[in-house]
Design a protein around this ligand. Structure first.
Ligand SMILES: [Zn+2]
Length: 277
């Protein structure tokens, strides 16, 4: 790796899909513009991987999340509702009421800045509470909109994030052949990325502030020999269901940056870079 690689190059590379050797630099060797990446870091073995998976596409929170991650040369994992920005969008639950959502102009901008923008449903329906055919239709409609509206979107390189982390065995079986992977409810700790890993499970917490719960899950991961924590976050600073405070999030990022065997990456990038097919 070029020792003089900077933040922009790092994020640009991420937006294109990067090689495994670059992924760890986002936490360790590329922490400030122009800083060199120590040779021994290139080959570091990832023991603890963390994905903070931000749902619902709130405009203000997404912008702030992206800004914060960029400050530390990290790529944020933001999952948005395909029709969330339209006037015809019907608020799916009280926790999303009166909160402005981003549109594909913003999602394309954030993607170009190196962040991961992934689907979180067509209209944020609970797909475990409807017939299979209806749920499949909503997923396909969601992927269609992403393919049209989000530059370079490819379902085969995408993680579909089930609204409410609600899926069914039949949906999971069908969807496994449509996308790179899907995220649903289940254990927070996953095995480290490996070929054929299609089902990702996560935990979440709410409706109030999640700072302490998130910290406890990070501590749980770090107490293990290895693993991949996928934590489903939402808005920042009181926005949406189960928000995290930006103060705590920045403190957590700083804590994780100091740990050599920890890597913080979005879900699809984790699979594409750490477990290439
Ligand atoms: Zn959601």
């Amino acid at each position: 790796m070029n020792n003089k690689i900077n933040r922009r190059q790092c994020l640009d590379a991420l937006s294109r899909g990067i090689g495994v050797s670059m992924a760890p630099c986002l936490l360790s060797g590329c922490r400030s513009t122009g800083q060199s990446n120590p040779p021994d870091r290139k080959k570091k073995q990832i023991k603890h991987l963390i994905t903070l998976s931000f749902d619902d596409g709130f405009k203000k929170s997404s912008l702030e999340t992206a800004r914060l991650f960029e400050k530390y040369h990290l790529s944020a994992c933001i999952n948005v509702i395909a029709t969330g920005h339209l006037k015809s969008f019907r608020i799916p639950d009280a926790y999303q009421a009166d909160i402005s959502k981003g549109d594909f102009g913003l999602w394309n901008e954030l993607k170009a800045r190196g962040h991961e923008i992934m689907p979180h449903g067509y209209r944020h329906a609970n797909k475990a509470k409807m017939p299979f055919e209806q749920a499949r239709d909503l997923v396909l409609r969601c992927l269609d909109i992403f393919s049209r509206e989000l530059k370079d979107f490819d379902p085969r390189r995408a993680v579909f994030n089930f609204p409410y982390n609600a899926s069914t065995p039949a949906l999971e079986k069908w969807l496994a052949a449509e996308v790179l992977a899907f995220r649903t409810g289940g254990p927070a700790l996953n095995p480290l990325p490996h070929p054929g890993q299609v089902k990702l499970t996560c935990t979440s917490h709410g409706p109030g502030n999640i700072d302490r719960h998130l910290e406890s899950k990070v501590d749980q991961l770090l107490s293990r020999q290895s693993g991949w924590l996928i934590y489903n976050t939402h808005g920042l600073d009181g926005e949406g269901w189960g928000p995290v405070s930006s103060y705590f999030l920045e403190k957590l990022i700083n804590r994780l940056l100091a740990l050599d065997a920890v890597t913080l990456l979005p879900a699809a990038q984790s699979l594409l870079t750490l477990a290439p097919a």
